[in-house]
Design a binder for this molecule. Structure first.
Ligand code: ATP
Ligand code: MG
Length: 368
């Protein structure tokens, strides 16, 4: 076991990545990648996990793999520093999941609050719950531990997953001896970034809820989403009326994205967001002005991403090679962990010929 800092994060290839992914996880990954403080960074496209609730739609998963890689490269993940890989091509993860399933009870899985709410959201409570979906926290534990990850940068929705992963790791190490690395979650400090709501104001921006601003959306679509779908304060009918900040999605997004610099560039009437909020609450600041400012702020993030994406999209052959090389490297890493795990579990019969002697002794003792 190494004593190094290793990062693993993953995304489900169920659609293009959105602003929630960006503030909740992607932005942090790029910062960590460029900090030079981490020994290894793995970013995985979790296609197997995506299949747990999309078994009847494998085409969707297949086509979104390229979307997710393009999003990764466009936000600045650099294949020279970060290993980008595909889950289904790493068979060690399947084996680890199978072993870990024995270390968790169905009662414990049923209590996982993220899984519970996702079961509701996907209608599985009525239609029947795929066993693979029910157990996906175990497969996430396999992912994390296979890379010996110490740090997992995620949004808030993933905290129960990390908690469950830590329990499995502790149980494994207790039974089979110190083998697996105990991972830690890393979530954004800014509350809004931990769980960015959808443009419709629903608790979470999520592909499944269709309330997203995608990193690859055109400026026109971004504008339409904000001007057409985003709630402000329903009581703020005339500009001069006092407005409310709480539950006002425009301000929630400004909390997540805007900095004082944005004010000097686009809205010099205010020094910072607090001054802008104060004016809105007093009355006299129109929703149109707020939305226009938000669009400018978001475009500062989105425009370079969009441009990078357009460039990478011209060169899918190279993108394929990046993904294949990353996956080959990840396969070596995860196979090594599996070997370590099988040794700890004493099921490494063909890696260790000492078992022949042991078996001879077993047979001999029975013949005596
Ligand atoms: P799906 O609907 O298919 O589950 P999703 O939009 O929830 O998709 P995931 O691929 O499940 O996205 O999440 C990938 C990562 O992005 C996770 O670390 C998750 O915590 C983070 N994340 C997703 N949505 C948000 C959000 N709205 N705010 C903050 N972080 C988010
Ligand atoms: Mg999700």
């Amino acid at each position: 076991m190494q004593n190094k800092d290793i990062i693993l994060t993953a995304d489900r290839p169920t659609g293009r990545l959105h602003l929630g992914h960006y503030v909740g996880s992607l932005k942090r990954r790029v910062e960590l990648q460029n900090s030079g403080l981490y020994d290894k960074i793995f970013v995985m496209i979790a296609d197997d996990q995506a299949l747990t609730d999309n078994a009847d739609n494998p085409g969707k998963i297949r086509e979104n793999i390229i979307n997710v890689v393009l999003d990764y490269l466009s936000v600045g993940l650099d294949p020279a520093k970060t290993t980008i890989c595909v889950q289904s091509a790493l068979p060690a993860l399947h084996a680890l999941s199978f072993y870990y399933l024995n270390l968790v009870t169905t009662a414990r899985l049923s209590r996982n609050p993220t899984v519970k709410s996702e079961i509701q959201m996907r209608g599985f409570a009525d239609e029947g719950l795929p066993a693979g979906f029910f157990t996906y926290p175990v497969s996430q534990t396999a992912d994390i531990t296979a890379f010996d990850a110490t740090v997992v940068p995620v949004g808030e929705d993933q905290l129960p997953m990390l908690e469950q992963a830590r329990e499995i790791v502790e149980k494994f190490n207790r039974i089979y001896g110190e083998t697996l690395v105990l991972p830690k979650a890393m979530i954004p400090e800014n509350a809004t970034q931990r769980r960015l709501p959808g443009v419709d104001g629903k608790a979470k921006m999520s592909k499944s809820l269709g309330n997203c601003i995608y990193l690859s959306d055109t400026p026109k679509t971004v504008k339409q989403q904000i001007n057409g779908k985003m709630f402000t304060d329903p009581q703020h009918l005339r500009i001069e009326d006092p407005g409310h900040i709480e539950g006002n999605v425009v301000f929630t997004y400004l909390d997540a994205f805007c900095t004082d610099d944005h004010f000097s560039r686009y809205l010099p009437d205010y020094a910072n967001l607090d001054e802008m909020k104060a004016h809105y609450m007093r009355g006299g600041l129109g929703d149109g002005t707020c939305k226009k400012f938000l669009i400018q702020v978001l475009e500062e993030t989105l425009q370079p991403i969009r441009e990078n994406r357009a460039r990478w999209a011209q060169d899918i052959d190279t993108v394929y090679d990046i993904l294949k090389a990353g996956t080959d490297k990840a396969r070596e890493t995860t196979n090594a962990t599996l070997q370590r795990v099988e040794k700890a579990m004493r099921i490494d019969y063909f890696a260790d010929r000492n078992v022949i002697k042991e078996w001879k002794d077993v047979v001999k003792s029975q013949n005596q």
